[in-house]
Write a protein that binds this ligand. Sequence first.
Ligand SMILES: Nc1nc2c(c(=O)[nH]1)N[C@H]1C(S)=C(S)[C@@H](COP(=O)(O)OP(=O)(O)OC[C@H]3O[C@@H](n4cnc5c(=O)[nH]c(N)nc54)[C@H](O)[C@@H]3O)O[C@H]1N2
Ligand SMILES: Nc1nc2c(c(=O)[nH]1)N[C@H]1C(S)=C(S)[C@@H](COP(=O)(O)OP(=O)(O)OC[C@H]3O[C@@H](n4cnc5c(=O)[nH]c(N)nc54)[C@H](O)[C@@H]3O)O[C@H]1N2
Ligand code: SF4
Ligand SMILES: [Mo]
Length: 696
Amino acid sequence: MTPPLRLEPDRVVSTVCPYCGVGCRVDLYVKNERVYRVMAHGGPPNYGALCVKGRFGLGFLHHPDRLTTPLIRRRKGGELEPVGWREALDFAAERLAWVAAKHGPDSLYFISSAKATNEANYLMQKLARAAVGTHNVDHCARLCHSSSTAALSRSLGSAAMSNTIEEIPLSDVILVTGSNTVETHPVIGAMIKKAARNGAYLIVADPRRVGLAESAHLWLRLKPGSDPVLFGAMARWLVESGHYDRAFVEERAEGFDEWWASVREYTLEFAESATGVPAEKIRAAAERYAAAGAAAIYWAMGITQHSHGVANVQALVNLAVLAGQLGKPGSGLNPLRGQNNVQGAGDMGALPNVYPGYQPTANAAVRERWGRLWGTPQPETAGITMTEALESIGRPGGVRAVYLMGEDPVTSEPYQEHVRAALAQLDFLVVQDILKNETYPYADVVLPAASFAEKNGTFTNTDRRVQLLRPVFEPPGRARPDVWILARMGTRLARLLNRGSAASWEYPNAAAVWEEVRRAAPEMFGGISHARLEHENLRWPCASESSPGVSVLFTDGFATPSGRARLLPAPWNPPAEQPGGEYPLLLSTGRVLYHWHGGALSRRSALSEAYPTLKVEVNPADAERYGVRDGAAVWLVSRRGRIRAVAWVTERAPEGVVFAPIHFAEEAANRLTNNAYDPVSKIPEYKAAAVRLEPA
Ligand SMILES: Nc1nc2c(c(=O)[nH]1)N[C@H]1C(S)=C(S)[C@@H](COP(=O)(O)OP(=O)(O)OC[C@H]3O[C@@H](n4cnc5c(=O)[nH]c(N)nc54)[C@H](O)[C@@H]3O)O[C@H]1N2
Ligand SMILES: Nc1nc2c(c(=O)[nH]1)N[C@H]1C(S)=C(S)[C@@H](COP(=O)(O)OP(=O)(O)OC[C@H]3O[C@@H](n4cnc5c(=O)[nH]c(N)nc54)[C@H](O)[C@@H]3O)O[C@H]1N2
Ligand code: SF4
Ligand SMILES: [Mo]
């Protein structure tokens, strides 16, 4: 029950929304130890705005499914039973150490969390690298922007958004592609719509008629998976017609000849046939984009989540470089980061190939430096990605034990049945979460964590803004902050595996962890302290206490070894599974405004009443072809499984494509999806599987 709004709060605490990467500042109004109202705090990054999730989505804090006590399963097949912290931590550490001793450190895998703080992510990768001695650590960015990271890092040397939220009004042209911004980054979506009303030219490239397509001056309804041709043809046309930024390319880029050879075929006519977008619109989009004083590209999962996701991002990078749309306010490349702290989890080195601050694990001098810092030698063997780890379970030399923090692979990884089979084969699984999610039943140890509202620490939003959390409540029952748990696990594993000193795991609080991050990655974080964050807004890179941090990236050079941007071919390949025969439709999966991923958080809040059932978008022509009525129950069937949903017959979906939201664990979209991966980024192909539609 929501008490009346005029209620006098016991206290109002200002903190950060736990849902998306916009990182809105929120004021939580508390009465009788419950949040009864959420208001925007004012100021950046959200300037008074909030979406429904920030406002009405925090009910999970008080939900009966909160984990409140540690649990252990003494024997496979036995029950989970409540125990004290000491017993749970000893039990987990002894078994992890036993697997590491018997099968080697690389038989362990550490899944960190983009929902957890920077400090917790730092400790998770330290647990893997220092206490155990493996680079086997990753987080959900693998399923998300790994394709962006791969392409941006090799071409520009840095993978973060090059512009900031404040620069949205400075762009003359905004190109949004593969991002349903209005529903997934709603506050940024509203800012883009406002910019379009105030004179910016808005181009949207998306197969679906998503919210932003309605506000666009130009909507390019491309066929799913045809992005390299669309953006390759735009870039090719700019060069052919002389509209590209020749001076920029000559002074600041390299690789032109090889790239040019790779787009030979991509004439406007060819692009029209491959993408379904009229040549005239492609030409207009290219010319508008290149002619703008400042033009920014925003993208998300429609670009990255393909078995050729890296090529998709590369095509955007090439376009920006050829048009010279980089390194100026309002002009740049902007991967919209999804989770509240996915930027931070990467920054903290919760990735198999980099230490905190993106220092490469492949570099011996870097490894030596970290070895000195932590007082324990660093592994030379490269780490594997989270998706590779999952595929390796049950195979010779594969992963045998997993430490999982704040991630729900049963709902979020592709091809659910094979994920369940893999988890069931593990020797040992630790689940550290705030709630009973879908993966929890597979756990051998459950460690109850404190939520964002019950701990200290920092989140880094999509435009590199590091923000301080403030505790609103005590954690429920015996739940403890992730940092508290990981530090104790570190002490135990370091001792059992005889790696480094237990003293290096003594942290009185989250701020002490952050101080270690500052010392370890000074160019990025040296100037940022918890104390400064109390009253200042800071972005990385921020090297000194007197610096306010950097907003626009690449103003005077790229972060590549040569300082130049690298143009690279972006080959076009179709999705791994093509519609046809028994499975004539293409399934695209994704999000709606009201819900969050597998629903662990949002479906335990008032949002459940606002959006209670799974609806799949079906184009009217397909509805007629397969005998499906609007509002009727249907089956979606792929080679890997089937789910039941309600049909929403709508022009939002293009003909031949059905769109299913991922938020309903009991009818999980990932029962249908294909475990095909991009060869470089190892991202799953969530945006293309072959399915059929049946009336239920
Ligand atoms: N409400 C809500 N918001 C969220 C989340 C959530 O669960 N719920 N999750 C957060 C996270 S972690 C993330 S990563 C972001 C994701 O944010 P988005 O990427 O905006 O979310 P999706 O629903 O996956 O949308 C993908 C978009 O790509 C389009 N698309 C599909 N296939 C193609 C293609 O082949 N080419 C192109 N160009 N476009 C295509 C789809 O039509 C859709 O508009 O959202 C974040 N925000
Ligand atoms: N078919 C399909 N599948 C997809 C996608 C898609 O578009 N289509 N998108 C992919 C993408 S982009 C992403 S990011 C993933 C997301 O997939 P997940 O990261 O697995 O999804 P979440 O529901 O956000 O799970 C986070 C877990 O963290 C827990 N949690 C929340 N706060 C805390 C905390 O402070 N501490 C701890 N320890 N736990 C906490 C929650 O209870 C929840 O169990 O899904 C991927 N899966
Ligand atoms: S836009 Fe994102 S950060 Fe802001 S209130 Fe909504 S979910 Fe929270
Ligand atoms: Mo994501």
